[in-house]
Design a protein around this ligand. Structure first.
Ligand code: ADP
Ligand code: MG
Length: 240
């Protein structure tokens, strides 16, 4: 579903990604971890073309992200992305947040979009909040709306960039529970997260990044058993 092939990227003189190669198969859950500044967000943004890269290529479901002829908006319309900060439209109701892209991008009728949006809102346990504005919800609730909004587009895969790291501790699990459920239903997911409980529960593979490189790309059990690189061992020792 996602093939990352020898991707390198520079911000000016600074090389942020060096020869990154990995893949996420259909139905696979891959967790990306690593120290702050190691390039995790940059790599995941490259996957749906939010950041350009200078070398290598990324192919998502057969579409080359690096090919200048690729319609990136079209690609993004079926790659779900959930960020650290919820990025809901603050001036719109939850229902409108859930429906606007379905109507504007996918051309669904308002009725169909609302129906789908409300079903997904129910699924993340927030049906009663449809009429509210994002500011009236807690961070955890807003993040669940953001996940529902991404799912409303019928994504072929989901990208998460530290979706729980800006949340108060008591709200982390309600978001992780939704992600676990998605994973167990077979959604293809690439998740930047330091929630190792989540990784242990549902990840198939764990990628560890350091200074712009993928230094470890292992099956979950191998990763938690004993990572090869010393850097990953130290990292795990600190967060576990
Ligand atoms: P992570 O998500 O692992 O914390 P990032 O991908 O956000 O890492 O950043 C990787 C490196 O790239 C960091 O050193 C960061 O300062 C740098 N960086 C990120 N965005 C930019 C940018 N727009 N311009 C210049 N440097 C950037
Ligand atoms: Mg980041």
């Amino acid at each position: 579903m996602i093939e990352i092939k020898n991707v390198s990227k520079w911000y000016g003189q600074f090389q942020v990604l060096t020869d990154c190669t990995t893949e996420v198969k259909k139905g696979e859950v891959v967790v990306v971890c690593g120290p702050s500044g190691s390039g995790k967000s940059t790599l995941i943004k490259c996957v749906n073309g939010l950041e350009p890269f200078q070398q290598g290529d990324i192919v998502v479901n057969g579409t080359s992200v690096g090919d200048p002829r690729t319609n990136l908006s079209k690609l993004r319309s079926h790659v779900g992305m959930v960020f650290q900060h919820f990025e809901l439209f603050p001036h719109m109701t939850i229902t409108d947040n859930l429906t606007i892209a379905q109507v504007k991008v996918l051309g669904r009728s308002r009725e169909e979009a609302t129906d789908k949006g409300l079903k997904l809102l129910d699924r993340v346990g927030l049906k009663a909040h449809a009429h509210k504005h994002p500011g009236q919800l807690s961070g955890g609730q807003q993040q669940r709306v953001a996940i529902a909004r991404a799912l409303a587009m019928d994504p072929i895969c989901m990208l998460f960039d530290e979706p729980t790291s800006a949340l108060d501790p008591e709200m982390i699990n309600e978001v992780l529970d939704v992600m676990v459920e998605l994973a167990q239903e077979g959604m293809t997911m690439m998740c930047v997260t330091h929630e190792m409980g989540f990784a242990r529960k549902v990840a198939h593979r764990v990628i560890f990044m350091d200074q712009g490189r993928i230094v470890e790309d292992a099956a979950k059990d191998d990763f938690f058993g004993k990572p090869h690189s010393e850097r990953a061992q130290q990292f795990l020792a600190k967060i576990l």
